[in-house]
Design a protein around this ligand. Structure first.
Ligand code: GLP
Length: 240
């Protein structure tokens, strides 16, 4: 695990965008595993900028997203589908047909989980971007999720619902379920990039990097992956 500590959020975003840009430059057909949340917004802006300057192109890039809420209607502003279009896809030269997210409104969610895992097995991520929840979750793999899990439906923990409620008008509007890549699907990526900023992530970052490898902290499993880069600002690195 390579850990890079930056002065602030902007530097974290720039460095993380560099890592993804290098993957794109090395392979114009790369498969990017993407994440939502507030943390990656800055690095997506950097990628948009690099694309505008023609340093990189998404023309043949394929993407697979980590997760999606269950039950939000298509086009809902809080859906991760909307987030990805709003923060990245609509601003780069990507073919939307090459972008993939789990479908949180599929009639048969079990079948959707199986479909998404089959897709991931076929498309193995060249790089998987991850944020981290304050309880150490990755994607929506909450504490105690088995390390061998594949795409599944989760009941979100109270702490995650509370964390994510800041983006909704009212906490009662936050979905209580989500569909997420499992930990095995994440670990199958060739390379993993984790970004985190702010003091509320310091404990989770410590547990991910220095804590025991345990299902109590899903992100700790990353210690077992051979190619992980963690880029965190100094507030998130405070306990390291
Ligand atoms: C959500 C997402 C995660 C994300 C986490 C942290 O629960 N499912 O993929 O990493 O929140 O989000 P933020 O970056 O907004 O702190």
């Amino acid at each position: 695990m390579k850990v890079i500590v930056t002065e602030n959020y902007d530097e974290m975003s720039k460095k993380a965008a560099e890592v993804i840009a290098e993957v794109i430059k090395a392979d114009e057909n790369a498969v990017l595993g993407l994440a939502t949340g507030t943390t990656p917004i800055g690095l997506y802006k950097e990628l948009i900028d690099k694309c505008a300057k023609k340093e990189i192109s998404f023309k043949n890039i394929k993407t697979v997203n980590l997760d999606e809420y269950v039950g939000l209607p298509k086009g809902h502003v809080q859906s991760y589908d909307y987030f990805m279009k709003d923060n990245l896809f609509n601003h780069v030269d990507i073919d939307l047909a090459n972008t993939n997210l789990p479908n949180g409104i599929a009639a048969d969610l079990d079948a959707e989980c199986a479909r998404y895992t089959a897709l991931l097995n076929k498309m193995r991520q060249s790089i998987q971007l991850l944020g981290i929840g304050s309880n150490g979750h990755i994607g929506f793999n909450e504490p105690k999720t088995p390390f061998d899990s594949t795409t599944h439906i989760v009941n979100l923990t109270e702490s995650t619902i509370k964390d994510n409620s800041r983006l909704f008008d009212d906490i009662s509007e936050v979905p209580t379920k989500a569909i997420t890549m499992g930990i095995a699907n994440i670990m199958n990526a060739k390379k993993i990039l984790v970004v985190a900023n702010g003091e509320n992530k310091a404990k989770a970052v410590y547990n991910m990097v220095k804590g025991p490898v345990t299902e109590d902290c899903p992100a700790s499993v990353l210690q077992k992956h051979e190619d992980v880069i963690v880029i965190v600002d100094k507030k998130a690195a405070a306990l390291l």
